[in-house]
Design a protein around this ligand. Structure first.
Ligand SMILES: C[S@@+](CC[C@H](N)C(=O)[O-])C[C@H]1O[C@@H](n2cnc3c(N)ncnc32)[C@H](O)[C@@H]1O
Length: 184
């Protein structure tokens, strides 16, 4: 179901979705397994799509943790609301570039984790920079911004905003993907 939904949105919205299929469980493991999700007070997910990473975050997060999801696509947003609204999670139909305003309206600022699937490679430079800068500005001092991409191209722009970047790779995804773990 989530595969069909994804392909359907890719065919309709193409570039804005950024992939033809949801991420694999192997990419999910690379993104999330080493992160201290249980200890976090504030987690933000950017571009949750059909919720592949969301499921894993919900399974592991502390009940007191504030979890905010930001999804731009109308159809993914509606189905995320149907699936997760009851879990007490905040699901927003908005752009990742508005993260700072979204947090300050809620008197929040310092995210322990920002998990991002935003298709940086297909965004214009201005939006790409704005999303990455905002994510860096909204991180707690020892927080992490975790982003996957299908190439190493993002390293250059990420290194303008983060001082530490770790990169891992999985071939077990379509397409194969690089996971960037960035800290200020
Ligand atoms: C490559 S898909 C990944 C979806 C899902 N997290 C996964 O791994 O299967 C990228 C997602 O980012 C969303 N997206 C793209 N630009 C966005 C933006 N500016 N703000 C929020 N979401 C955005 C797309 O609608 C899509 O759901």
């Amino acid at each position: 179901m989530s595969q069909k939904h994804f392909l359907n949105q890719f065919l309709r919205k193409g570039n804005k979705v950024g992939a033809v299929a949801p991420s694999s469980r192997f990419l999910s493991d690379k993104m999330l397994s080493s992160l201290p999700i249980e200890q976090c007070k504030l987690i933000v997910e950017l571009g949750p799509g059909t919720g592949v990473f969301t499921e894993r975050i919900i399974e592991r997060k502390n009940p007191d943790c504030t979890f905010i999801m930001i999804e731009l696509n109308d159809s993914f947003y509606s189905s995320l609301v149907q699936k997760y609204q009851k879990e007490g999670i905040e699901i927003l139909h908005d752009s990742a570039s508005n993260l700072q305003e979204i947090l300050s309206k809620r008197s929040l600022s310092q995210c322990d984790l920002i998990i991002s699937s935003i298709p940086l490679a297909i965004l214009n430079k201005e939006l790409q920079n704005s999303i990455i800068k905002t994510a860096s500005d909204c991180l707690a001092p020892d927080g992490a911004f975790v982003q996957f991409q299908y190439s190493l191209q993002a390293k250059k722009v990420l290194s303008q905003y983060f001082s530490k970047i770790g990169i891992r790779f999985t071939a077990l995804n379509f397409p194969p993907a690089f996971v960037y773990t960035c800290k200020n």
